[in-house]
Unconditional design. Structure first.
Ligand SMILES: Nc1ncnc2c1ncn2[C@@H]1O[C@H](COP(=O)(O)OP(=O)(O)OP(=O)(O)O)[C@@H](O)[C@H]1O
Length: 903
């Protein structure tokens, strides 16, 4: 046992100076001599220690190896160096740090049979001997030396001082690091006691025979000596302190190649565990060698967990890498050298571990309490308080801001959620309505009905059709994919708009568009009455403040107001304010946005305060593909006709303006109610009249000028011209042709046909309709499109709208005609009762040519379906009330005279 000389002791005590200082792991290399087996195989040493720090690979030139030939470490030991030298010149300094209260660890790392156990046994003994010697020579201090030993075998931690085979539990203590629960710790009495315990552990340790080592350690062994020391002088006093530190002697199991160690069975399994944990150790060392950034995988093995403080923590560490010099182990030796190279880059930061006595601790804490109390009694400078106050305010402000953000985010989330739910609901409804639609096409033929219902995957077909615009199904070719997508879009649109306008909408109005077409709902038609369909858009816009049941009185009031405006403008001309005043009358209409779809159930339930969109309105918040299908519609047809750059306005009377106006009122896929259209025409007439005035025509010339313009003067009390019947017939025929050409709504045609039946006072409307349609046709011919708010509107949109309207009529046939009535109509129209889709056949025959009888029959059916009979008269009455000369008694050339009976 080595003794510590007086000088050395001073040196160890000085070592406390390393406390808190970062230092590299000490890396030592020990080359063992060739063993008997290697000599037998005529191996020659492949490595040579050329000086105290460098080891050289001898065969570099011969092999042409790309590996480095020389490696430098803190100290290298030749094969003929004894363990004592390795200890004294290498590990001792680190090992004996423990007496100064500094944790330390000595590792032996190397391949199997390289001499780890051989080395560590010696190192442990020498260090322990020195510790004992140190204790003996420092009688002024009271020492407690404890011994514990564990092994990690197949990733199980065993207490080597316990004969029980119970695995030890490892837990992490935030202050003390990894703790082994119930670990036996023997307080060493003397050197003999230590030797006894070491022998016991040796006997306990897992050792097995392999090809490379007769006594191969199959586990990692850690022997720990813990030293606590206190000055005897201060023992039991309040200022006493204890130094406490441990030194670990770690004899790792050797890395081995199964092929070389010829291990099998349990040896092989042990070898796997050994290699795995050594791999983790080398990974940890490699990562630590590159700095402490990132995650260090200490927890990947029990070994690295336990040794964590020794690997880059509060400990001084020395690693002795043992090597076999044999050429046959060169690869393993290189691996060990690589490990050693990494290890020498790893740093640790050891500290002197002082444990205070209870009394000292109480004293220290008491002093701390006193200090804090005095701080409280004497508040700091006011600036500090201010800082705290402003800091608190800042924090409060931050918290408020964050709370607000959270509230907004919650709102957004809820909104998004509700939209998703609505969309899901709509998709469900769509699928349902798609099914209903199928029924609609099929249900007037019992044979086809059953076949339709039994059609396998029928609703799936619809969905496919919806998703694929090119999909075409023979039987349902009439119901085009666009219809489905448009239906769907409308549904989406409804939900979208409900959110923004639910509170504003009270009364239901039909969907309208400037095309002189009235939109019919494609669904929920059972809830639609003619009254609802015919409710004028303008009325709707102005009726916000009136209850729904006062529609007529409000309308009358409004018409009177308009009339007064006209009278006033006539009477006050050339007052330049007049047109503007009139514009103001209509400005309410202009500013309104049509934002609603007819297909929305909500529309019928709650109604609208703003006009609905019909089939072609702005589509807010939806994809472009959807928006393209729905053109923006600012206001009902009447206001467009009268307000939007109209040819009939005082300011613009050129042909271009007329075209512009006409374009705006044509070819849109939106559908206009007859009221809207009529109201629009009234406005047109009114402006036409004003135009004449602006053109400087004399009041006396008024009647002539207006007639020249083809518009019957509203205020003229003259009788209609004698040639009126002929003129009426001519206008009528032209209008029929143009309706057909321009794909005008069937409902519009029906209303117009039935309302303007040849009365001389109808001439104004006939002229206006003719002019409107003429321009529409001209626009179509020029480019197959018209303009809407500066956007191109393709004619196909009118065709689509017409197709949708026919679809609605098909549904209404089912709802509003009895079975007998339907049969009668089918017979009359030559539709075989045993044919499929009879209602569809009928719908597509209606208004399909310009023959007067055909038109009369068609109008009769459509009128029946949309319940025109009551409403039409009322409208006509209202219309006449405002604009037709009260004394006009001209002859009537009624179209209705030729109106055929339905049945
Ligand atoms: N420096 C040395 N001088 C003389 N003999 C040595 C030296 N190193 C090791 N030996 C001998 O080599 C053999 C293997 O040594 P040891 O058991 O220590 O290797 P090991 O690395 O611990 O192997 P394992 O990993 O298999 O346990 C032993 O018989 C040992 O006495």
């Amino acid at each position: 046992m080595g003794a510590i000389a007086g000088e050395e002791l001073v040196k160890w005590e000085k070592m406390q100076g390393v406390s808190g200082r970062e230092e590299n792991i000490l890396v030592l290399l020990r080359l063992r001599p060739l063993n008997q087996k290697e000599i037998t195989f005529n191996e020659v040493p492949a490595w040579e220690c050329i000086n105290q720090t460098t080891i050289l690979y001898r065969n570099t030139l011969r092999e042409g190896s790309t590996f480095p030939s020389a490696y430098t470490f803190d100290r290298v030991f030749r094969g003929d160096c004894c363990t004592k030298q390795v200890y004294d010149e290498g590990a001792k300094e680190i090992a004996l740090s423990v007496v100064g209260g500094i944790n330390s660890s000595i590792f032996a790392y190397g391949q199997t049979s390289s001499g780890k156990t051989y080395t560590m046994n010696g190192i442990t003994e020498y260090a322990a001997a020195d510790i004992f010697d140190y204790i003996n020579r420092h009688e002024e201090r009271a020492f407690v030396l404890k011994f514990s030993a564990i092994e990690i075998y197949n990733e199980i931690i065993r207490d080597l001082l316990s004969s029980e085979n119970t695995p030890l539990r490892l837990r992490d203590d935030p202050e003390r690091g990894p703790i082994l629960e119930k670990l036996t710790e023997e307080t060493l009495r003397d050197w003999e006691h230590l030797k006894e315990l070491i022998s016991f552990c040796e006997a306990q340790r897992q050792v097995g025979e392999t090809y490379l080592n007769d006594r191969s350690s199959r586990s990692h062994q850690i022997i720990r000596l813990t030293i606590e020391s206190s000055s005897r002088e201060f023992l039991g006093k309040s200022n006493s302190a204890t130094l406490s530190a441990s030194v670990n002697f770690v004899d790792l199991a050797g890395s081995e190649r199964a092929s070389q160690a010829l291990s099998a069975g349990s040896r092989l399994k042990e070898g796997c565990h050994i290699n795995r944990s050594l791999l983790t150790l080398s990974t940890v060392i490699r990562k630590l060698s590159k700095g402490r950034q990132g995650h260090i995988n200490y927890r990947d093995s029990k070994l690295t967990r336990i040794l964590q403080p020794s690997l880059g923590g509060n400990a001084r560490t020395a690693i002795i890498c043992t090597l076999s010099p044999a050429q046959s182990h060169v690869e393993q030796t290189r691996n060990t050298l690589l490990f050693a190279c990494c290890a020498k880059e790893v740093t640790t930061k050891a500290q002197v571990n002082v444990v205070m006595s209870d009394k000292a601790l109480v004293n220290k804490l008491q002093k701390e309490v006193e200090r804090l109390e005095s701080e409280l009694r004497t508040p700091g400078p006011p600036s500090n308080n201010c800082d705290y106050a402003s800091m608190l305010r800042k924090k409060d402000h931050q918290i408020e801001k964050m709370e607000k953000e959270i509230r907004e985010l919650i709102k957004e989330r809820d909104l998004a959620q509700s939209r998703v739910e609505d969309l899901l609901l709509m998709v469900g409804n769509y699928q349902k309505s798609g099914k209903e639609k199928d029924d609609t096409w099929e249900d007037d033929n019992s044979a086809s009905e059953s076949s339709s219902n039994n059609h396998p995957g029928h609703s799936d077909v619809r969905i496919r059709q919806f998703n694929n615009p090119h999909y075409n199904e023979d039987e349902d070719s009439e119901s085009t994919p666009e219809e489905y997508s448009e239906e769907y879009c409308k549904e989406v649109q409804c939900v979208e708009l409900e959110e923004s306008s639910r509170d504003d909408l009270e009364y239901p109005v039909p969907s309208t568009h400037d095309n002189g077409v009235m939109a019919l709902p494609l669904s929920e038609e059972e809830n639609v009455t003619s009254q609802e369909i015919l409710t004028p858009v303008n009325e709707e816009m102005e009726d916000r403040q009136f209850p729904p049941n006062s529609t007529h009185s409000v309308l009358e009031q409004r018409l009177n107001d308009v009339q007064l405006s006209i009278d006033s403008s006539v009477g006050s001309y050339p007052d330049e304010q007049s047109p503007h005043a009139m514009s103001a009358t209509m400005s309410n209409f202009r500013n309104l946005q049509l934002t609603r779809s007819w297909s929305c159930r909500e529309h019928y339930m709650t109604g609208f305060r703003t006009p609905p969109s019909g089939f072609g309105q702005g589509f807010l918040g939806k994809p472009d593909s959807f928006q393209r299908k729905f053109l923006p519609l600012t206001v009902g047809a009447s206001s467009r006709l009268s307000m939007n750059g109209s040819a009939y306005s005082i300011e613009s009377s050129s042909v271009d303006d007329l075209k512009s106006s006409s374009m705006r009122t044509s070819a849109n896929e939106d559908i206009t109610s007859i009221q809207t259209f009529v109201a629009g025409m009234k406005e047109m007439v009114k402006h036409e009249y004003e135009k004449q005035l602006v053109d400087g025509q004399d009041q006396h010339m008024f009647g002539k000028n207006v007639r020249d313009a083809g518009v019957n003067p509203m205020l003229e009390l003259e009788a209609p011209p004698v040639e009126w019947p002929l003129q009426f017939k001519r206008l009528q025929e032209e209008i029929f042709e143009l309706w057909q050409t321009c794909s005008v709504s069937l409902v519009h045609r029906t209303y117009f046909f039935l309302l303007f039946s040849g009365d001389p006072t109808d001439s104004i409307y006939m002229e206006v309709e003719l002019r409107r349609l003429s321009f529409l046709k001209e626009t179509f011919l020029n480019g197959n499109h018209s303009m809407e708010d500066g956007q191109i509107v393709p004619l196909t949109s009118s065709v689509k709208a017409l197709r949708r309207e026919r679809g609605t009529l098909i549904k209404l046939m089912q709802k509003r005609l009895s079975g007998e009535e339907r049969k009668s109509v089918f017979k009359k129209w030559g539709i075989p009762l045993d044919s499929k889709r009879r209602r569809m056949q009928l719908a597509y025959r209606l208004w399909s040519n310009t023959d007067m009888n055909h038109i009369t029959e068609s109008a009769a059916i459509v009128a029946k379906l949309v319940r025109f009979s009551e409403q039409g008269k009322a409208l006509k009455g209202m219309f006449g009330l405002s604009f037709t000369p009260q004394c006009s008694q001209g002859r009537s050339y009624s179209w209705r005279s030729r109106r055929a009976s339905l049945y």
